[in-house]
Design a protein around this ligand. Sequence first.
Ligand code: ADP
Ligand code: MG
Length: 285
Amino acid sequence: MLEGHHYFTIDDELGFLEKRTGVAVYDFAFEQFFSCKHPLEPAAIPTVARVGAPKDYAEWHSILNELGITLIHTPEEQLRCTTLAKWYPLIKELTPRSELFENFPSIATIEACFDYPFFMKGSRQTNRHQAALSVIRDRAQLENALAVYRSDPVLHWQEVVCRELMSLRPITGGVEGKVPASFEFRTFWWHGEFVGAGPYWFEADPYDWNETEQQEALEIAKIAAHKIACPFVAIDVAQCEDGRWIVIECNDGQESGYAGASPSALWQNVLAAARRRTEPPDFSR
Ligand SMILES: Nc1ncnc2c1ncn2[C@@H]1O[C@H](COP(=O)(O)OP(=O)(O)O)[C@@H](O)[C@H]1O
Ligand SMILES: [Mg+2]
């Protein structure tokens, strides 16, 4: 097996390939919550990778294929749920207006598309939610941010994306210098079925949704999950100050931290959903 990686199966239903990342909201001690089997050879069942974000998913997918491991996402599916260029066209009406610049944009190009203030990020992510690089209020700030986007190790390889800046419902206790924390939740979907959710801003003061808020948020997230149609996605949704819910971003559930979601409940729900999908329907009841 691969150096530093750990392969196991749960309930003969799903395989897992794990490599600890050291990130507390990402790693999970599966062995403490589930009875895991460690077969000598990979089982012929779909495998979930919990290895962080592979640099080149397509290459990673094919290396694993040769070892007899089939990841839940094809390279095409992984691209669809991780890059704004792919998921945005599918859910345009649920998420802030966005422009992705395939070539590094000039100030004039950006100003032709957006008035200040606007939101800026890489096509996959921000640099750790730094406000100065994301909430762009004037030309001087844009100039400075673009210089950083050209050279920053997290940002320079990503295409630049600008988005309409939404007024999100604020919450208290964000972190100085970061994008202001808002009423935002991470939701997880297994083949379109809801399997877990929790507050996105785990570093802010604790917050939670009431039943109505949850229902409204999940309605939007579910539409997005169905349109993106990948086996395991994380859909982040936030409430605007006017009460409307929007999708902030989508991601591969394999690469996503749990945020405030309970990992044990999430994986229990995933396993139950996977079982329902593989078991033939019981017509005797
Ligand atoms: N268009 C937007 N308008 C206002 N706030 C936004 C917008 N897009 C993102 N944010 C805020 O910025 C945070 C970070 O942006 P996000 O797209 O999630 O980047 P990352 O991929 O780095 O997590 C979000 O959690 C949300 O609170
Ligand atoms: Mg995010």
